[in-house]
Ligand binder design. Structure first.
Ligand SMILES: [Fe+2]
Ligand SMILES: [Fe+2]
Length: 309
């Protein structure tokens, strides 16, 4: 792929003003993993037979699987906790790639550029998020391996995009943040969510709103001034990124659930379940709308996937 992006210094005043407002918001409203979560509070204790870990229908297609429903309540809770641990592990892997890409992006900024401060606020926030996620994983007792080999390679490629192709980088970042945000909003909205995961999710949703705002504004600022060839390339890779992002949090790579004896055909049935596809599309709806607004969706393409109506 050959794509020459706009020089990083060329941005509209309104975008740069937003960046400064987001930086100010980061100093006023922020959380720390080991200051603002009551890890040792009694209500936050993690027990794998706690029914509040059970898979929730609003975001997890596992919840309605007949195989899952046939398990004992204790096993359903343990599987649900294992799913949470895996999700958070993937979150850490994504945030690690995102952070490395952000460092590369910031490294190209000229002195006195307002984005430098914002990007480092975002980096500091991601570090706190990953510490929260790892603490929950450690308390779960599970050892989730995280994402599949295929996605690990995609995360590695994401790192380089931060420096080389920032528009594509922020599109991928936005997709990843939106999909995670979708799940955590569902968790926050449910009264049956375990209080520890509810607390961690709430903090994450609030802080990620700034990251989402930044990525959306960045794309709105740079895409309209790109050349037709650059737009064509974004249109080519954008839907692929959205499709891949829409799946990675929901995939059953097997390893985390092997201990529970989930048969391969059950795993496949859940992956193919139309309700799961509806959830995946919903998780990408906001970023798909932005792509549409920016003219990045070619509806004639047969692989329009989650971006198609
Ligand atoms: Fe985060
Ligand atoms: Fe983020």
């Amino acid at each position: 792929m050959v794509m020459k992006m706009l020089p990083l210094g060329e941005h509209s005043d309104s975008f740069l003003q937003l960046v400064e407002r987001l930086s100010m918001a980061s100093t006023r409203r922020r959380w720390e993993a080991y200051r603002d979560v009551g890890w040792d509070d009694r209500e936050n204790e993690v027990h794998r037979d706690d029914p509040r870990w059970e898979a929730q229908e609003s975001w997890d297609p596992l919840a309605t699987s007949p195989w899952y429903r046939d398990q004992s309540p204790e096993t359903r809770s343990a599987i649900g906790l294992c799913r949470h641990a895996r999700l958070l592990k993937v979150g850490i892997q994504f945030e690690a790639a995102l952070s490395q890409g952000l460092l590369g992006f910031a490294g190209r900024l000229p002195n006195r550029h307002p984005m430098f401060r914002y990007v480092y606020h975002e980096l500091a926030e991601e570090a706190q998020h990953s510490m929260m996620f790892q603490e929950v994983i450690d308390r779960s007792g599970f050892d989730p391996p995280g994402c599949s080999t295929e996605y690990a390679e995609l995360f590695r490629q994401l790192v380089d995009l931060g420096e080389d192709l920032p528009a594509l980088f922020f599109l991928a970042v936005l997709s990843g943040e939106e999909s995670f945000d979708f799940i955590q909003r569902k968790l926050c909205a449910s009264s049956s969510t375990h209080p520890l995961i509810a607390r961690v999710s709430r903090i994450h949703v609030i802080e990620e709103a700034r990251h989402v705002s930044f990525a959306q504004a960045y794309l709105r600022d740079v895409v309209p001034r790109m050349s037709r060839r650059e737009i064509r390339e974004l249109r080519h890779y954008g839907p692929v990124i959205l499709d891949l992002t829409a799946s990675h949090l929901f995939e059953f790579t097997g390893a985390p659930l092997v201990g529970f004896g989930m048969p391969d055909d059950v795993r496949q049935a859940i992956a193919d379940d139309p309700r799961g596809r509806t959830i995946r599309r919903a998780s990408m709806a906001r970023v798909a709308r932005l792509c549409d607004e920016l003219g990045l969706i070619d509806r004639r393409r047969p692989d329009a996937g989650v971006t198609a109506d």
